[in-house]
Ligand binder design. Structure first.
Ligand code: SF4
Length: 731
């Protein structure tokens, strides 16, 4: 059998072959030991290919290893997501592996939960303890009373274990706290989401519209490379942001919008594009549903009305809309990534999707491309047990349009779940600092105190680890195998993560932990392989992937086409009507607004400023802010304050200040960045700093997470809008 490509099914041409043009060479021979396992003691520099996990983008990287130590990390030139380059964080990933603060052995709690006192334990003791608690919960309450919170690719085997155990309460905060509304907004409009990596054709765009998306600070390697390419090609750039971001510095138009009013601007753009007949008529006639309803709906959203709401002048709204109409269909209105802001985020993203449809940019060059992925068969194992109760996150309120489990919903369900589900009794937490990744940290802590059992698997002793009963020292991504990565992309590919060095200290990879626990829980049949290499062979050999070559190259790419709709081809959309739904029949049937409406998110109280947070290029999460390599460049965050506001409060650039939010919660001291690059009704802070965990060395700066004590829930999919908090200065 050869490699099968899972192509997006937008083509209805009879007889068109489904398989990709490229196929792998013959079946790999005998299993090679990982070259890196023999690196210790060798002066020779070895190159080992793997993929990065300093963020979720998963760029291919080459590690240079000498004497068992990683001396350099480079981008893998064969890997489609890195193209030979890493972002600054990826280059500094050794700072995670060689972090002296790492959790070095399994640890068991010795005092009350949250007391942050632990003793060293053996792996056997830690795994036996977890097994005993998992069996107890299963027997006393049922397996679905245990939840898994996870983040990152390392979680794959742990997820498999927990599902085999019998729980479907498995959630990643990256859905309800990050990109979920975007996925649902696009699913409702085009019948499918954006996915990760995003299918944005930035390299080929003639006009890039960034609305609240600060590419360059939000450092997704491939996107930033393509952004540079687009600028080099003369693409027009529009940046809409209350803050003059790095991307704004490259913009032809910078629109300093009032926070919380993006939807009014998007609707005004749609108004102009429809009323001036700048939309792609043929595309809309052929593929779209609900144009007349949309046209009638946006008559109330003129640029003049939007000006009052957004602060953006009507002539600027018209000029940018007209340029979009002129450049269509190669216009990319970027969908963003972290889009949980005000609680109406699915509707805001729907407006982006609708605008993209009017411009004809979905499935068109320079807009959103259609990717494909490699269909690698799974290792055969029994079906997961059928859950007997409904998912715990759906108990307090039902979100039928949510396409993933809601992490915040699981947290809430820990306090009380109505009869149809289980109020959770145990949390297994892999790779996510829940105290920071969920809003309302005091609620997360209260839930943790209520549980019978908490297990945490982490590389670093982040805040969440202090709340565990048992802590497992996770191997870093440079020390382990994880599952194969086959995302949907332009040219589909299989990417391999493999250990570059042996796991340090007494850390272990998650596949090993999952297999060990499976054995103890009598779930071996779900892990029908002896070694992890055996697992890969079971998946890759049947489709003829050359294992030795994959290990050497780190990636196998299978060129495929087409990426865009073709003339004479009828696209197929997975919506209820089979068309692009400008008017959402699904939203209407659930009693939601079928067309997006602007809602007022209010103003900051007197003396307060809206708290905005985001990234800066050298760090991703709280995990990277302890990285000594990255910290040589940036080891703390600052609070961006407009210079007039700073003058009013007597704040000096570079001096520390304490922030206080609307609920009286105060931050740790943080330096002030006095700037004209931000509006005077908001402040901005980079996420991930201000640690309080005892075991972490870098505690500089302030944490936005502790100040997010309120959120607004998206009524469509349960996302938690977190830009609804305000801060003032304690002077
Ligand atoms: S974008 Fe940077 S941190 Fe993220 S995976 Fe790529 S190289 Fe690593």
């Amino acid at each position: 059998m050869s490699v099968r490509i899972k192509r997006r099914s937008f083509i209805k041409i009879a007889g068109m072959a489904a398989a990709g043009a490229g196929v792998a060479t013959g079946i790999g021979g005998k299993i090679l030991e990982a070259a890196v396992r023999n690196t210790t003691g060798s002066d020779k520099i070895k190159s080992v290919a793997t993929f990065c996990e300093l963020c979720f983008w998963k760029c291919g990287m080459i590690a240079k290893v000498q004497n068992g130590r990683i001396i350099k990390l480079e981008g893998n030139p064969k890997h489609p997501l890195s193209n030979g380059m890493l972002c600054p964080r990826g280059n500094g990933a050794t700072g995670l592996t060689y972090d002296p603060d790492r959790i070095k052995t399994p640890l068991m709690r010795v005092n009350k939960r949250g007391g942050d006192e632990f003793r060293e334990a053996s792996w056997d003791e830690a795994l036996d303890y977890i097994t005993e608690n998992m069996l107890n919960i299963k027997e006393k309450h049922g397996p679905d009373c245990l939840a898994l919170f996870n983040h990152g690719y390392g979680a794959s085997f742990i997820k498999h274990l927990l599902k085999a155990y019998g729980t479907h309460n498995v959630a990643a905060p990256s859905y309800a706290q990050c990109r979920g509304p975007r996925e649902v907004g696009f699913e409702l409009t085009f019948g499918e989401g954006i996915g990760s990596p995003e299918r944005t054709d930035i390299a080929n765009t003639r006009m890039l519209v960034l609305i609240g998306s600060h590419l360059g600070e939000n450092m997704h390697n491939t996107q930033v490379q393509e952004f540079a390419e687009a600028i080099g090609n003369g693409a027009k750039i529009v940046v809409v942001d209350p803050r003059y971001s790095t991307a704004a510095g490259k913009a032809d138009w910078y629109l300093p919008i009032k926070p919380g009013t993006d939807l009014a601007l998007l609707l005004a753009w749609i108004h102009v594009i429809i009323n001036e007949e700048l939309y792609d008529k043929e595309y809309i006639n052929n593929y779209a549903y609900g144009f007349e309803q949309l046209k009638a709906h946006v008559q109330d959203y003129s640029p003049e009305q939007a000006w009052i709401i957004t602060g953006i002048k009507p002539e600027l709204i018209r000029a940018t809309a007209r340029e979009m109409g002129h450049q269509k269909p190669a216009v990319l209105v970027h969908p963003g990534r972290h889009v949980t802001w005000y609680g109406d985020d699915t509707q805001r993203t729907r407006a982006i999707a609708i605008l993209s449809a009017l411009l004809g940019s979905w499935g068109r060059k320079g807009g959103y491309f259609y990717g494909s992925s490699v269909d690698v068969p799974k290792v055969h194992s029994p079906k997961y047990p059928k859950p007997t109760r409904t998912r715990a996150d759906l108990q307090l309120k039902d979100y039928p349009l949510a396409s993933s489990t809601l992490a915040s919903g699981l947290c809430e369900a820990t306090f009380a779940a109505p009869q149809a589900a289980c109020d959770l009794k145990g949390w297994f937490i892999y790779g996510t600092n829940l105290i920071w990744s969920l809003p309302k940290p005091e609620q997360t802590i209260a839930a943790l105190q209520k549980l019978e059992f908490v297990a945490v698997s982490e590389v670093l002793p982040a805040e969440i680890a202090g709340w565990a009963d048992v802590i497992l020292p996770d191997a870093t991504f440079l020390e382990r195998y994880d599952d194969l990565h086959m995302p949907t992309w332009r040219d589909p590919f299989i990417s391999l993560r493999q250990p570059v060095i042996e796991p340090m200290y007494d850390s272990r990879p998650p596949w090993w932990v999952a297999k060990q626990l499976a054995k103890r829980l009598s779930l071996d049949e779900y892990f029908p392989w002896d070694t992890i290499e055996d697992y890969f062979h079971k998946r890759l050999d049947p489709i003829g992937v050359d294992w030795e070559k994959l290990k050497k190259d780190g990636v196998a790419v299978y060129p495929d086409e087409p990426l865009y709709f073709k003339d004479g081809v009828i696209p197929e959309f997975g919506t209820d009507t089979g068309k692009i739904e400008l008017y959402s029949t699904s939203l209407a049937s659930y009693g939601h607004d079928p067309l997006p409406k602007w809602t007022d998110h209010g103003n900051p109280p007197e003396g307060y400023y809206r708290l905005l947070f985001g990234r800066q290029p050298h760090h991703t999460f709280g995990r990277t802010t302890n990285n000594r390599v990255l910290n040589r460049v940036k080891d703390e965050n600052e609070i961006w304050v407009n210079r007039h506001v700073a003058a009013e409060w007597g704040l000096m650039h570079g001096k520390e200040v304490i922030l206080k939010n609307q609920d009286g919660v105060v931050s740790t001291p943080v330096k002030v960045k006095v700037t004209e690059r931000i509006r005077n009704d908001c402040v901005f802070i980079a996420h991930g700093f201000g640690h309080t965990a005892r075991g972490l060395s870098n505690k500089k700066g302030a944490s936005d997470s502790f100040l997010v004590t309120r959120y607004k829930t998206d009524p469509i999919m349960g996302g938690t809008g977190m830009n609804v908090n305000f801060v003032t200065f304690v002077v």
